[in-house]
Design a protein around this ligand. Structure first.
Ligand code: ARG
Length: 458
């Protein structure tokens, strides 16, 4: 049989393969609420403008609420023959209210309808990402505050570099996630224009009020060009870009948690709530949540590249290619929200092993830079010479199998005669971190100032 929506022009129905490749209902039913919200706003506007009667609009608006409650109750008979959420909802509305349902699509097309629905759906995900990032940042601030002066090794190349504080390390992630937050927030402000009323591509001859529907749907304004309004998927691409960068940050932190929770590092203990055991090795406690957070970036980046590739080279205006936008964004949004929540849970629960952190910070000649700086400050040496002298002292300590503070003054004199007893004051890790008072540095007072600035919302 031919189609109920456009059967006038068709003699035969679609091939089964056509239906299989064409139907989007299996995934776009996730936009049911947005579709109904958009249609209710459209119907109210049509009545307000005298394009349909207010009794028809009332019947449509009531009927759409019934459809929504049926869908939310989970017993709605979605049909692939009806292709997508838009036609599934409209067909059911027709069954419920009869003739007025046929007037809903006046001055509208599925092209502006789908753009509107998908924008509303994606806008909720922007908001969810912002809320998820707020929760994660709050958890990191708590960790930073608790450990503003806990000493741990800072690394470059994953080799011991200089001692830093736990709080400083946590605050580094606060900076990253706050930038992610600001990216989502910027993009959300840019995307909040209503496509509704662009119709198929050219606008409509009906006297619609696009400001009214834009306002009703929480948009800041109607999109200014109807061709652009139905063709634009920047709002989805920007969401995916923001999500990719955020997931990249999450994966870096997740990687650190995997390393830190290993028996070889023992920097942190992840809670049982965010770990799993092994089916064969009884001793195992695996950081699966951290590993999965580390991995989610793969599918999120995949979604970004996938949709960029779909959109590339598409001529204006709508092409069916664009139906491939939704699954990418759905999957990426699900992955991101889950990763944010899992990371927030892990950060809230994790216990730093301060002894192991401190011991690791005190090994690996981590205060060699402090020694070189001392030579510059106290003996007036050029830094390059001080670097050389310190290197020789490190070599000496390494040969002796000890660390820098364990060398005697006599041993130091074998490298440079002018070194005094006072040098030992700068070789300890506490002294090292306390001395890093430059703006943004690792000194506990600096870290507390960073925390206070974030807490005050400045
Ligand atoms: N299911 C379609 C999509 O997701 C809706 C828009 C269809 N428009 C059209 N002219 N075929 O993009």
């Amino acid at each position: 049989k031919s189609n109920a929506m456009w059967g006038g022009r068709f003699a035969a129905g679609p091939d089964a393969i056509m239906e299989a490749i064409n139907a989007s209902i299996d995934f776009d039913k996730r936009m049911a609420r947005q579709d109904i919200e958009g249609s209710r706003a459209h119907a109210a506007m049509l009545a307000e403008q005298g394009i349909i009667s207010s009794s028809d609009a009332d019947a449509i608006r009531e009927g759409l609420l019934t459809v929504l409650s049926e869908i939310e109750a989970g017993d709605f008979p979605f049909s692939r023959a009806l292709e997508d959420i838009h036609m599934n909802v409209e067909a059911r509305l027709k069954e419920l209210v009869g003739e007025p349902a046929g007037r809903l699509h006046t001055g509208r097309s599925r092209n502006d309808q789908v753009a509107t629905d998908f924008k509303l759906w994606t806008r909720d995900q922007y908001d969810a990402a912002l809320a998820g990032l707020d929760a994660l940042i709050a958890a990191l601030l708590d960790q930073a505050e608790a450990g503003a002066d806990w000493i741990m090794p800072g690394f470059t190349h994953l080799q011991t570099a200089q001692p830093v504080t736990w709080g400083h390390h946590m605050m580094a992630y606060v900076e990253m996630f706050a930038r992610d937050r600001s990216r989502f927030s910027d993009a959300r402000a840019r995307m909040n224009e209503s496509p509704l009323g662009a119709a198929a591509l050219a606008g409509t001859s009906f006297p619609i009020d696009r400001d009214m529907t834009a306002r009703a749907l929480g948009f800041d304004r109607p999109a200014a060009n109807s061709l652009d309004a139905v063709s634009d998927r920047d709002f989805a691409l920007e969401f995916l870009s923001c999500a990719s960068i955020c997931a990249t940050h999450l994966s870096r932190f997740a990687e650190e948690l995997v390393i830190w929770s290993s028996a070889q590092f023992r920097f942190v203990t992840l809670s049982d709530r965010f770990s799993t055991g092994s089916s064969i090795m009884p001793q195992k406690k695996n950081p699966d949540a951290a590993e999965l957070v580390r991995a989610k970036v793969g599918r999120i980046n995949g979604a970004l590249v996938g949709l960029l590739t779909v959109m590339k080279g598409l001529p204006l205006a709508y092409s069916k290619d664009m139906q491939e936008d939704k699954e990418q964004v759905f999957d990426a949004a699900d992955s991101l929200m889950l990763a944010l929540a899992a990371m927030t849970g892990m950060v809230g629960d994790m216990a730093a092993n301060t002894d192991a952190l401190r011991a690791a910070a005190s090994s690996g000649f981590s205060t060699a830079t402090d020694l070189a700086d001392w030579l510059v400050r106290e003996l007036g040496m050029p830094f390059r010479d001080a670097h050389h002298v310190t290197g020789a002292l490190v070599k000496l300590a390494e040969d002796k199998g000890c660390d820098l503070p364990d060398l005697t003054l006599a041993e130091m004199h074998s490298v440079h005669g002018a070194i005094t007893e006072a040098v030992f004051d700068v070789l300890g890790v506490d002294n090292s971190v306390a001395s890093r008072t430059s703006y943004g540095g690792t000194a506990p007072d600096q870290v507390r100032a960073q925390i206070a600035r974030w807490r005050s919302g400045a």
